[in-house]
Design a protein. Structure first.
Length: 135
């Protein structure tokens, strides 16, 4: 699928190329403390607000940086393929709709220029997909 903020990811990759980093996608708003911290930082930066960054040893960092639980990690494409659909989501001309069947979703997007569609495997996944589309 399309990568959101591709230019920012490319800059980040360039800045961190000499670092040993294991990147993991974590569901937004899934209650993982480190992800909540990142969200707060990003929101402050986007709003041009001052932010009190931590300075000190990682052992003194007040936010839990442990690995996210399995529920907090976004479903992979493989998991998505084998999972029963919660819904199918379509985006046509800026309007999002959810469908109970793939046939209904396909009918809406077929032949429509710029249309997007995805299978959601849960309510949370559905909300996250819609949010990732900028809506």
């Amino acid at each position: 699928g399309d990568v959101l903020n591709k230019d920012l990811w490319q800059k980040l990759m360039k800045l961190t190329k000499d670092k040993e980093i294991e990147w993991r996608k974590v569901k937004g708003h899934a209650g993982h403390p480190a992800n909540e911290r990142v969200d707060a930082i990003a929101t402050s930066m986007a709003d041009n607000e001052d932010f009190n960054f931590f300075r000190g040893s990682i052992k003194d960092y007040p936010v839990d940086l442990s690995q996210p639980s399995q529920e907090q990690i976004s479903p992979t494409q493989e998991m998505r393929k084998g999972s029963k659909a919660y819904s199918y989501i379509s985006l046509v001309d800026g309007e999002v709709r959810t469908h109970q069947t793939w046939a209904d979703c396909k009918e809406r997007v077929d032949g429509k220029s710029g249309a997007r569609f995805r299978k959601a495997i849960s309510k949370e996944d559905q909300d996250e997909i819609i949010k990732s589309w900028g809506l």
